[in-house]
Write a protein that binds this ligand. Structure first.
Ligand SMILES: [Zn+2]
Length: 240
């Protein structure tokens, strides 16, 4: 079902109080980065989004399905982003000629449907008191996942200059444990913090500003690069 401009959206298994916070966080992201409305095409519980990703991979792009271990995902994460990239040159022309290797064919945000609102609030309070991550609210968790999507879409981690700067920041600063777990988590976590406090520290400011800069360039040059119309036309027709 299309909700809020996201063509494939199913929050029927998510606590409605979590849903409200997700939508209000997404609204802020869509206002600041309007092209995300053409990029994030699926939102829902883990099985819903991950199955959809695999259906698109296998039926539309002849890619292999990813075997997700849902039980361990449920234990380790309350939110995650799922993507599908063009990883085979033979697929380049499938949707349109503007594609390049890193184009996201699918990007979804998954929410752990096993978490109640209270569970999540409790967990986030723990993260805050132990300084595990910069994500200490549901809103920031959504910003974090959007940070992953923006990073992929804008090639933040593939660009030599930004990657070198990220590595330098990671080596020199003091950050929460989860924030430091990988380059991708670092970018997503710093972006989540940037959305609530632009000048929190050098890393947050540098990563947020780089994403803004790359986004504006992307908006100018690749306006039609992504399109939900194509998604609706090619992908929503597939039966689950
Ligand atoms: Zn992450």
């Amino acid at each position: 079902m299309e909700i809020f401009g996201i063509p494939d959206c199913n929050l029927s298994r998510i606590d409605y109080r979590i849903g409200i916070e997700i939508f209000s966080a997404l609204e802020v992201c869509f206002q600041k980065y309007p092209l995300l409305k053409n990029v994030i095409n699926c939102l829902g519980d883990y099985p819903y989004v991950l199955e959809k990703r695999n259906i698109v991979a296998t039926k539309v792009f002849n890619q292999r399905a990813v075997k997700y271990d849902l039980n361990s995902l449920y234990k380790t994460a309350s939110f995650c982003a799922a993507y599908l990239n063009v990883d085979d040159p033979r697929n380049y022309e499938k949707l349109n000629t503007l594609m390049y290797y890193n184009r996201l064919l699918f990007s979804g945000i998954c929410i752990n449907e096993k978490d109640s609102y209270e569970d999540l609030k409790y967990m986030l309070r723990q993260y805050k008191s132990k300084n595990t991550t910069y994500c200490t609210s549901i809103r920031q968790c959504i910003y974090h996942e959007v940070g992953h999507v923006l990073s992929r879409m804008l090639c933040i981690e593939k660009n030599g200059v930004t990657l070198a700067k990220i590595n330098e920041l990671m080596e020199t600063g003091d950050y929460p444990r989860y924030t430091m777990s990988s380059v991708s988590e670092f970018v997503a976590d710093c972006f989540a913090k940037y959305m609530v406090d632009q000048n929190f520290n050098e890393a947050v400011n540098t990563i947020g500003k780089s994403i803004d800069l790359f986004y504006h360039y992307f908006e100018k040059t690749c306006k039609d690069f992504y399109s939900q119309d194509l998604y609706k036309e090619k992908i929503l027709k597939i039966e689950r």
